[in-house]
Design a binder for this molecule. Structure first.
Ligand SMILES: Nc1nc2c(c(=O)[nH]1)N[C@H]1C(S)=C(S)[C@@H](COP(=O)(O)O)O[C@H]1N2
Ligand SMILES: [Mo]
Length: 180
């Protein structure tokens, strides 16, 4: 490429001892490994998939496609939130059906159901409420349209509680359920 190789100015030759450079590289590698470890610990869960756990133990995961295969119901309701009244016609599945699909022992073994959204919004329910015949649903569509994720894409799920007219405990962008 260089037509005249004589124009290339040789780089100045610094005399750096190898040892401190080597030590710094080792320290940097260690820091990178440490950070990636903490990153994995606080792993960001993705919408469209729900992780069910009890303590540190992961009981199971269910995807939106698997939820859609369960017997679907439509639920009309009006949410009376701070933003005013909003009319909905949600499509989804009773939450206990989702638990039973994963493991029928879940509804017997746990008393509390803590729901978490991708934005870390946390809400709680008692298993008794979940087992009521027409109360807690895991929904994925509203007025026939797929629910939008936090970033506006399709394919997210939400908890609705028919006995809660104000909607505070409705967890949007659901990614995790913790059982106690
Ligand atoms: N993930 C998540 N879910 C949430 C909230 C939130 O901030 N994040 N707000 C709650 C509150 S206070 C209300 S009133 C309803 C609002 O429902 P909307 O998103 O359909 O307006 O969602 C509830 N669920
Ligand atoms: Mo609210």
């Amino acid at each position: 490429m260089n037509k005249n190789p004589k124009e290339i100015v040789p780089l100045p030759q610094y005399r750096i001892s190898n040892k401190p450079v080597f030590i710094i590289i080792i320290i940097l590698l260690f820091v990178i490994i440490l950070f990636s470890y903490f990153n994995l610990q606080g792993e960001k869960l993705e919408e469209g998939r729900i992780r069910v756990k009890a303590g540190d133990h992961i009981i199971g995961e269910i995807t939106i496609d698997e939820v859609k295969k369960l017997p679907a119901v439509n639920k009309k309701l009006v949410i009376n939130s701070t933003a005013g009244l909003s009319k909905h016609n949600f499509t989804g599945v009773a939450l206990y059906e989702v638990f039973n699909q994963m493991d029928p022992a879940i509804v017997k073994n746990y008393k509390r159901v803590i729901t978490r959204g991708v934005d870390n919004y946390v809400s709680g329910l008692n298993m008794e409420e979940v087992l009521e015949s027409n109360n807690v649903f895991l929904v994925y569509a509203d007025n026939g349209k797929a629910l939008k994720s936090k970033s506006g894409r399709e394919g997210t799920m939400r908890i609705i509680i028919l006995n809660d007219p104000y909607g505070q405990r409705f967890t949007n962008y659901l990614v995790e359920i913790e059982l106690e």
